[in-house]
Design a protein around this ligand. Structure first.
Ligand code: CO8
Length: 258
């Protein structure tokens, strides 16, 4: 399907989704969010896809929600529209792994979008921020909750209250991103990481994703029980038999998602 605000390529089991509003630094407007929800849902349902990479341009992953689109709205407008809620819920329902490849500005809703992915690979030019306070608002799609879980209260408060940007080094040091690579190598590294994920059993990858995400949503005791039961359950799969047999036979595993 052709999109107005996205470029989607599917190759070698990887769906690469690129935000594409260059004139607005990929600001998230309603059309982009709708298309993104559609593209992610389609990739999740596509049997050929085993991993998804979400990226922007070299200058901006996304500079936030579209301020031009929001500026004149009233409380009733945003409340009744429940702005971006169906779209972010669609993103969070995606069961296949999503890697965010971030270069340049990753601000406001852009930073929140990156944090909804499963992990973030950043270029050395990446700048993260939650500058909503400068506009007289607060983050609205998870920034106060997720950033705090990633980097802790003190740094999250600092980012949200001052609106300052965090460079890639600081983002890696504080646990927001998993790795930093030179800007020119960002897409090679992100696609290589996606290819690694795509080699695994997608069935097992979905269980890993659910288990790690559970750690954000429940008590340690419940999370440990969930993980243990998932571990037990995977012994009912062919991929567990194949993975362990391949190790013992010193060969590459051939997973079939069964
Ligand atoms: N929205 C709309 N347009 C934008 C945005 C944005 N967030 N960011 C940049 N643009 C546009 C600019 O208006 C400009 O367009 P034009 O050429 O037509 O004037 C173009 O992109 C290029 O931007 P700049 O000229 O400003 O580029 P600079 O390199 O000088 O500056 C910055 C780059 C620092 C990124 C600057 O553009 C900036 O500060 N942007 C705004 C960042 C921001 O405040 N983001 C937070 C937005 S609010 C938000 O994300 C809330 C999310 C929660 C929604 C929840 C709903 C429930």
């Amino acid at each position: 399907m052709a999109y107005e605000t996205l470029i989607v390529d599917i190759n070698d089991h990887i769906a690469l989704i690129r935000l594409n509003r260059p004139d607005a630094l990929n600001a998230l407007n309603s059309a982009l969010m709708r298309e993104l929800a559609d593209a992610l849902t389609a990739a999740d349902r596509n049997d050929k896809v085993r991993c998804i990479v979400l990226t922007g341009s070299e200058k901006a992953f996304a500079a936030g929600a579209d301020i031009k689109e929001m500026a004149d709205k009233s409380f009733v407008d945003v409340f009744e529209a429940d702005l971006f809620t169906p779209e972010t819920e669609a993103l969070l329902r995606v069961r296949k792994p999503i890697i965010a490849a971030v270069s340049g500005y990753c601000l406001g809703g852009g930073c929140e979008l990156a944090m909804m992915c499963d992990f973030i690979i950043a270029s050395d030019t990446a700048k993260f921020g939650q500058p909503e306070i400068n506009l007289g608002v607060v983050a609205g799609i998870g920034g106060t909750q997720r950033l705090t879980r990633f980097v802790g209260k003190s740094k999250a408060m600092d980012m949200h209250l001052t609106g300052r940007f965090m460079d890639a080094e600081e983002a890696e040091r504080s646990g927001l991103v998993s790795r930093i690579v030179p800007a020119k190598k960002l897409m090679d590294e992100a696609m290589a990481a996606a290819a690694k994920v795509a080699e695994k059993s997608t069935l097992t990858a979905k269980v890993v994703k659910e288990s790690v995400n559970r750690s954000y949503e429940t008590t340690l005791r419940e999370g440990l029980l969930f993980e243990r039961r998932m571990f037990h359950a995977l012994f009912a799969t062919e991929d567990q038999k194949e993975g362990m047999a391949a190790f013992l036979e010193k060969r590459e595993a051939q997973f079939r998602d069964r």
